[in-house]
Ligand binder design. Structure first.
Ligand code: UTP
Length: 275
């Protein structure tokens, strides 16, 4: 089955960026002139997706306004040199539909994904965490993952090797290489934010997923885990036990823009690339 929809969980508080995120969604923080979530939507479009489903929360209205026409502004700059600055976002608005639902209580990423069920329905879907900004020319990470999904028809997680002392920040997998590839694993175990001594490997899940819709029923039964939050890693482990999760070591670079270091690194990287 084709992947037609992309879910963007964007309800988190973004406390690491306070006070900037007091009244501005973390997903609207810009790398150069483009907000993080716009990069995510562009990556989904490049992967052939046109239906964007966004899980928001209180104080996140700016996301909806961003993916809408701003008549007054557009009227003001029409015909001038600045009009071109809106061409990318206009093109996205023209090609895609955007729908929204609110997560009322921030009970974790797994809970945010479950909240998105109403927008996704009973079909496989992609998930992008906009604060993980990925860059790989035209062959974006989600596009790469679509090819893996076409082959295996089960849930896919994007992974990256990280320094062992960083495992406490990620979901970490263990798996068996499949089909003589050197980048694709069938997942056998997953642990959310383990201490290095408890980590099965140094292969960490980043903010890109393709999920089969049975994940919703699993999430409904998933108890709060690490940090008292409903963790997508715990739900995925249930699918992994049935051999239905593939981990894919993606090509490209990822910046953790949910952290200040990663945000600054991405800003420098994109700045250098743009001049
Ligand atoms: P983070 O772990 O980065 O949390 O969430 P956060 O609240 O955004 O940021 P900090 O840690 O307070 O600085 C990972 C992703 O999951 C979403 C976030 O919006 C982010 O995209 N999320 C997390 C939700 O949508 N709802 C939640 O309840 C938790």
């Amino acid at each position: 089955m084709k992947i037609n929809k992309c879910l963007f969980p964007a309800a988190g508080y973004g406390t690491r960026f306070l006070p900037a995120t007091k009244a501005t969604p973390k997903e609207m923080l810009p790398i150069l002139t483009k907000p993080l979530i716009q990069y995510g939507v562009e990556e989904a479009v490049e992967a052939g997706i046109r239906t964007m489903a966004i899980v928001t929360g209180r104080g996140k209205r700016a996301i909806e306004d961003h993916f809408d026409i701003s008549y007054e502004l557009e009227h003001q700059i029409k015909g001038g040199s600045k009009e071109a600055l809106l061409s990318e976002i206009r093109s996205l608005i023209g090609q895609c539909t955007f729908s929204y639902t609110r997560q009322i209580e921030m009970r974790g990423l797994g809970h945010a994904i479950l909240t998105g069920e109403t927008l996704i329905g009973d079909e496989p879907f992609a998930v992008v965490l906009a604060d993980d900004l990925c860059s790989n020319g035209d062959d974006g990470v989600l596009k790469q993952m679509m090819e893996v999904y076409d082959r295996y028809q089960c849930s896919i997680v994007a992974i990256e090797e990280i320094p062992l002392d960083q495992t406490h920040k990620y979901g970490v997998i263990a798996g068996d290489l499949v089909d003589n590839t050197n980048d694709t694993y069938r997942v056998t175990d997953m642990v959310e934010k383990p201490e290095p001594k408890d980590a099965p490997t140094n292969m960490a899940i980043i903010g890109r997923y393709i999920l089969t819709p049975d994940i919703f029923n699993i999430l409904r039964d998933t108890k709060p885990g690490k940090g008292g939050e409903i963790q997508i890693t715990d739900a995925l482990l249930e699918q992994a036990k049935q051999g239905r999760v593939i981990a894919y070591k993606f090509k490209g670079r990822r910046f953790d823009c949910g952290s200040i270091d990663g945000f600054v690194e991405a800003t420098n990287y994109f700045y250098k690339g743009s001049y």
